[in-house]
Ligand binder design. Structure first.
Ligand SMILES: [Zn+2]
Length: 163
């Protein structure tokens, strides 16, 4: 998409987020843009029906996740977004993914870059992020573009916990 479309898309998707996450994701996007990337929020809030479809199709492992959070009156209050590299969507380089993980961490969020990996591979990623070695060779977990609020478990979020 053009930069104008991408920015419009990102602004729209941010409206579906919990206000605290919204500020953090806006900062992460600005951070990545400052390094020359073109981050695109692919998805923010998800309806229960869409979550079920993704579960049935094997794209998620949970029936209720951070994307499904709602306010007390049932409005979208997503605690997660998926951020793609608009220049190579769904084929993100490990450099983009490591920089996304680094910026997410700096803003109190976590990504799925190491989800499902062996401890050794998780340690390699942790070292690369800590040392800002974004050219490191890494194994990539199953949901590297997923960014969610840190410090709250899925179960806590489902029970109403918010940042
Ligand atoms: Zn996600």
């Amino acid at each position: 998409m053009t930069d104008e479309q991408r920015k419009h898309n990102n602004a729209q998707k941010l409206t579906e987020c919990n206000p605290i996450l919204r500020r953090k994701v806006a900062a992460i996007i600005a951070d990545l843009e400052g390094h020359g990337w073109r981050p695109r929020i692919q998805e923010a809030w998800r309806s229960p029906a869409r979550q079920k479809q993704l579960l049935d199709d094997g794209f998620t492992k949970v029936r209720w996740g951070m994307h499904n959070a709602v306010t007390e009156d049932g409005k979208p209050d997503s605690l997660a977004v998926d951020i793609l590299d608009d220049d190579q969507p769904n084929k993100e380089s490990s450099k983009f993914l490591l920089m996304l993980a680094s910026s997410a961490k700096a803003h109190g969020c976590v990504t799925g870059i190491d989800w499902g990996l062996a401890q050794e591979d998780r340690d390699t990623i942790r070292s690369a992020v800590a040392g800002r070695d974004f050219d490191a060779t890494i194994e990539v977990g199953w949901d590297p573009c997923h960014v969610q609020i840190g410090g709250i478990s899925v179960q806590e979020a489902r029970n109403g916990a918010r940042p």
